[in-house]
Write a protein that binds this ligand. Structure first.
Ligand SMILES: CC(C)(COP(=O)(O)OP(=O)(O)OC[C@H]1O[C@@H](n2cnc3c(N)ncnc32)[C@H](O)[C@@H]1OP(=O)(O)O)[C@@H](O)C(=O)NCCC(=O)NCCS
Length: 126
């Protein structure tokens, strides 16, 4: 487990695969907070981003390589960021997850997250 201040190339490559590419500004945006950690396990086996703003920890880009899923890596990396966030003064963690993403919703539910509010993403017609 590595908690780095900045994403390395392997970390960015995983995030880019998930997002279908990253814009040039992505790296700058990802570290554009005073307290940020880019977590990774064994390079690119699992990644996640944590950012502390005031007393909140925001978790994002939790991703485990397909062959390594189901072994507790997501739980491990999320908890590592939660412990770091707590040390930085964050008493509450939050994240966004799609309603249809059952693996992720189960993961976060097992870690103690509950739904604060749902939201709707609308796509503009062509
Ligand atoms: C969601 C994801 C991060 C889970 O990673 P993982 O390393 O396989 O998860 P873990 O092994 O740590 O599992 C933690 C808990 O999640 C649950 N879980 C994980 N995968 C699951 C699945 N496919 N179906 C149901 N529950 C699942 C397990 O029940 C486990 O709890 P338990 O041990 O008490 O049973 C992984 O599937 C992934 O990378 N998905 C694609 C990216 C993504 O959706 N990220 C989340 C964006 S918000």
């Amino acid at each position: 487990m590595r908690l780095a201040d900045e994403p390395d190339e392997a970390w960015l490559a995983v995030a880019a695969r998930r997002k279908g590419g990253l814009p040039d500004a992505a790296r700058r945006v990802l570290i554009d907070a005073r307290l940020v950690k880019c977590a990774s396990v064994a390079g690119d086996l699992a990644i996640a981003r944590g950012a502390v703003v005031r007393d909140f920890l925001h978790l994002a880009l939790v991703e485990v390589a397909e062959p390594a899923r189901g072994r507790g890596l997501a739980r491990h990396i999320t908890r590592a960021l939660a412990l770091w966030g707590r040390d930085m003064g964050a008493g509450t963690a939050f994240l966004q997850v799609e309603e249809t993403n059952l693996p992720a919703r189960t993961l976060y539910g097992r870690l103690g997250f509950t739904t604060h509010h749902p939201y709707v993403t609308r796509t503009a017609p062509d």
